[in-house]
Design a protein around this ligand. Structure first.
Ligand code: SAM
Length: 295
């Protein structure tokens, strides 16, 4: 066993009574931007890791689980994949996964924090893997809220890869009925809105259920899906919204055709994984059926 007492520790606090600790082998960066605190570290268990406001955003060992899950079910189901919008997504891995799809002609990514994007390019280049230099990528540094207000384009899929909507986070204003309406207005007919949608554990799925309840007022099909993300030490949920397609019922042949057309190999997502992602445990289905507050 290594001598753990020599290590420094990054302590992620999930709640006042719950913490997860990662040993730090190397510090690459620690500081504050105008929007959030940023840490870039290397840990023995997960390799390099991006931390914003004390929350793990992604890790080298398992970021593909998170990013393939966020991107590919939605793109597999989208009727038109030519124009895609990403809200947030600072590390560039969501952009990377979107650009793997050969049908994508333009992927627009809007992140508020230039420093997070620059630090990701410098210390975490494996995440973007050249995506920032792809001629199909349009990267805008700015508030996604303002972008949605000013932009007149329409997209086949809008992918929200924002930080958790905690009160003091710059992503907080992007959760609310007027913004959900603005996002819907930017979707093409039959388009899909997918978002990273917080934790899905039996003890911490309340925020996720609140997001799903809020979105049900806007779309015919609102489907939660989830997977375990080891570096988060949590089951992590996502929500896919559409008037045209119920992602839980997407057929295997459509998924297989979509996955087969991607260059390179997926680590996590295929038709079998899709079924598993959308098969929700009873406690989560019950939570989603409850009446309660909305954004
Ligand atoms: N995987 C993530 C998680 O676990 O929460 C999210 C990944 S990504 C790093 C989140 C990005 O959202 C950050 O780069 C942050 O700068 C961006 N962001 C937060 N608020 C934003 C806003 N209002 N407009 C655009 N980008 C925003």
């Amino acid at each position: 066993m290594p001598k753990t007492e020599r290590w420094q520790w990054y302590v992620e606090q999930f709640s006042p009574s719950e913490e997860h600790r990662h040993a730090i082998e190397e510090f690459y960066y620690a500081g504050r931007t105008p929007y959030q605190s940023v840490g870039v570290v290397r840990t023995p268990a997960f390799g390099k890791m991006l931390i914003l406001d004390g929350d793990t955003q992604s890790s080298q060992a398992d970021e593909k689980i998170y990013h393939e899950t966020l991107v590919h079910p939605a793109l597999a189901a989208a009727a038109d994949r030519s124009q895609i919008l990403i809200l947030g997504g600072g590390e560039g891995a969501t952009l990377r996964e979107v650009l793997r799809c050969p049908d994508v002609e333009r992927a627009t990514m809007v992140d508020i924090d230039a420093q997070v994007v620059e630090l990701s390019k410098r210390y975490l280049p494996e995440w973007s893997a050249g995506a920032f230099d792809d001629p199909r990528a349009r990267v805008i540094i700015g508030d996604a809220l303002r972008f949605l207000d000013e932009d007149q384009s329409r997209y086949g899929a809008i992918i929200s890869d924002l930080t958790e909507p905690l009160e003091d986070s710059p992503s907080h204003p992007l959760f609310g009925a007027p913004v959900f309406a603005a996002i819907k207005a930017r979707l093409q007919d039959g388009g899909i809105y997918v978002l990273q949608a917080s934790t899905a554990g039996v003890h911490n799925c309340g925020l996720h259920a609140k997001m799903a309840r809020s979105l049900r007022g806007f779309y015919r099909h609102v489907r939660s899906f989830y997977t375990h993300v080891p570096a988060f030490d949590n089951d992590w949920a996502f929500i896919a919204c559409s008037d045209a397609v119920d992602l839980a019922k997407l057929d295997e042949r459509t998924i297989a055709r979509y996955v087969d057309a991607l260059p390179g190999e997926n680590l996590f997502y295929d038709a079998q994984t899709h079924r598993r992602l959308f098969a929700l445990p009873l406690y989560l289905r019950r939570e989603l059926e409850k009446k309660g507050d909305t954004f």
